[in-house]
Design a protein around this ligand. Sequence first.
Ligand code: F3S
Length: 386
Amino acid sequence: MYLNEDDERILAGEFGETRQKMLEILVALGNVYGAERLVPITSAQVSGASYKTIGRWGLAWLQSLNARVAVPAVLNPIGMPREEWREFGIREEFAHNQGAVIEAYRRLGIKLECTCTPYYLRITEYGEHLAWSESSAVAYANSVLGARTNREGGPSALAAAIIGKTPYYGLHIVANRRPQVVVDVEGGTGLRSDHWGAIGHVAGRKVGNRIPIFAGIRPNRDQLKALGAAMAATGAVALFHVDTITPEARVFSFDTGDLDRVTVSADEVETLFAEMDVEAVAVGCPHCSAEELRELADLLRGKKTTKPFYIFAARGVAKNNPDLIAAIERSGARVIPDTCMVVSPRMDEFSSIMVDSGKALAYVPGMCGALARIGTRRECVEVATS
Ligand code: F3S
């Protein structure tokens, strides 16, 4: 892989051991994937932020690093709200260890925005190269914004943040962003027919790691977020196109007749909505937008929760919408920043959780050891308040 003079000096250790190790990670990755060079990035999003997922060895590794990031970088959700962890029921020992993880990232210069929706912070634009690692954020950045990022692991995103570059391969190259499979979504009736998290849950299983293109559907941005997150969870989708909707759908000329075709049937989607009693309800996977918070505030007006109802959102989004947060919390529901239903140990304490997300439906059983039920946002509110 071609490296410029500065890179060679970093690799020789002239700028410290951490930078040297970080560039070694990028070079190794580039060599595996046949990258010819590095490409400068404009931002990084680093996963591996919850102590629940990285544990003491991950923490020790982070604490051994000594450098500063070269580009704006944010964190994925951590295991607790940074300030309100006691109210959220997090134990002291976990909070202590999570605090050490946060401090390690802070020392590296990473902004303590702990969210899988960093795009609400307006940190990227069309055509920019990124090193993001949370799979739903990657799918959104590539598909909805037209930015370019591979699905990085935590260490490679951190390495890219510190070096300011990433290997130029995969989805950084326009030719690799072509649609590979057409997805037909069979129309259904009722609210569940446009439950894009559930549709994505089914579609992801069928398309695997191919780049899908949808036609004849008109999801809004929040629905595209839900669709991509679910496909990234049940498949390995890091980029999808929606004809006439997403920015790159027009870039490629192709004959859909030449591509594989899969169908998501209304029955397959409906089957996911099996009913069961649950101990808690959690929405905001990926983290809620302001519009989704508004919808929840409307749905909760005049109601009182009868079981724990957690709504996850980026701290910045919650902070910018104090009236919506107050309206939601009057019902007894809680808006929780910095963390989420999958990476927080708090959610491990429930044996069954209702979610509105096709991604959470896939992850909650394995990551929280709980049964998961999916519903629309309206159904989640009904269950949480009945
Ligand atoms: Fe985000 Fe956690 Fe879901 S990181 S996409 S809310 S599993």
